[in-house]
Design a protein around this ligand. Structure first.
Ligand code: SF4
Length: 286
C-alpha cells in the first residue's frame, strides 16, 4: 500500500464527517453514477447534467464503460450504482452488456443497480430479460408528467415482469444550476455551495475514463464548456499509478475533497432557485 493511501485511510480516518457519509466503509462508495450515453430523448432546458448542450451526442461503447467500471470495482465496492445517460434505454446494447457484466464475479461488489429513466423508451425483450435476471436491479422513473410519454406502459411492463421500480413524485422541483458560464460569486459562496452540494455528495460520476465530483463537471469538461482542472477528478488510466492502491487513493481524493472544483465557479445551485422539472428547451433556429 502506498504511504499516501495509508495516511489517508489509517492515520486520519474520516476526519471529514461528510466524506464518511459518502463511504460506507473504507472500501465502499455509497453511490456511483455510471454514464452509458450522452444521448437523451428529451431536451430539458434546466438539465443540471448539461445534456441539452450536446449537439452531437454519442453512445459510449460497452468495452469502454465496462473497462471503467471494472477499474473502479477492482479497488472499491459500490453500494448503489446508478446507470444513466442521457437516457440509458436509448443505448440498450450497452445497458444489456453492463448488466451481464454485473451478473458476473465483479457484480458481487455492487449491492444495488438503479437504472434512471425519463420513461420515453420501452426496452425490448432482451433488455427486460437482462433486468429480470438480477434482483438487484431497480428502475427509477424520473416522471416528468406528459414528457415521460411511455412511463405508464413501462411501469406495467415492470409489474408484469417482477422488476422493482420507483416512480418519483412529480411534484418535486429542480434547482437551477445555471448556464455553464463563470459567475461572479464570492469565494465564500462557492465554498459553501460545494460543501452543501447534493450532487457531489450523491452523484460522483464515472464517465469516459474519469471519476468526477459530479455529472456537471464531467460533461462540462468533455463539452469544452468548463475548465479541465486535472486535479479536480481522477483519471482512471493515469500511467503514473504504481499500484491499484494509487487508483483507489485518487478516487478517494475526489470523494473526500474539501475544496470546490473549478466547475463550481460555473454553477449556481447554491442559490436554491427552484425551476419546474422537465421543461423542454425551445427548438433552435436553423
Ligand atoms: S459544479 Fe460544484 S456545486 Fe455544481 S453540482 Fe458540481 S460539485 Fe456541486
Amino acid at each position: 500500500m502506498s504511504s499516501g493511501l495509508s495516511d489517508l485511510l489509517y492515520r486520519r480516518p474520516y476526519s471529514d464527517p461528510e466524506a464518511k457519509k459518502r463511504l460506507r466503509s473504507e472500501d465502499e462508495l455509497l453511490h456511483l453514477d455510471l454514464v452509458i450515453t450522452e444521448f437523451c430523448t428529451r431536451k430539458c432546458r434546466d438539465c443540471s447534467n448539461l445534456m441539452q448542450y450536446y449537439h452531437k451526442p454519442e453512445h459510449l461503447s460497452a468495452d469502454n464503460v465496462i473497462s471503467d467500471l471494472g477499474k473502479v470495482l477492482g479497488v472499491l465496492r459500490v453500494h448503489e450504482l446508478k446507470i444513466l445517460g442521457g437516457e440509458p434505454f436509448a443505448n440498450p446494447g450497452v445497458l444489456i452488456e453492463v448488466l451481464r457484466f454485473l451478473a458476473g464475479a465483479q457484480g458481487s461488489r455492487v449491492d444495488k443497480i438503479n437504472i434512471i429513466t425519463n420513461g420515453t423508451v420501452i426496452p425490448d425483450e432482451t433488455c427486460i430479460e437482462a433486468m429480470k435476471a438480477d434482483p438487484k436491479v431497480e428502475v427509477t422513473f424520473s416522471n416528468y408528467g406528459s414528457v415521460s410519454s411511455r412511463q405508464d406502459e413501462f411501469v406495467e411492463l415492470c409489474k408484469a415482469n417482477g422488476i422493482r421500480h420507483v416512480v418519483i413524485d412529480g411534484s418535486f422541483y429542480w434547482l437551477d444550476f445555471g448556464r455553464p458560464v463563470k459567475y461572479l460569486e464570492s469565494r465564500d459562496f462557492v465554498e459553501r455551495q460545494y460543501k452543501h452540494c447534493y450532487n457531489r455528495k450523491n452523484c460522483n460520476t464515472l464517465y469516459r475514463g474519469g471519476f468526477y465530483a459530479c455529472p456537471r463537471q464531467a460533461h462540462g469538461i468533455h463539452l469544452g464548456l468548463l475548465p479541465d482542472d486535472k486535479d479536480g477528478y481522477a483519471d482512471l488510466y493515469d500511467p503514473g499509478y504504481q499500484s491499484p492502491d494509487d487508483l483507489k487513493l485518487a478516487i478517494l481524493r475526489v470523494v473526500r475533497r474539501k475544496k470546490p472544483v473549478a466547475a463550481c465557479s460555473y454553477c449556481i445551485n447554491g442559490k436554491y432557485i427552484h425551476v419546474p422539472r422537465g421543461v423542454q428547451k425551445a427548438p433552435e433556429n436553423g
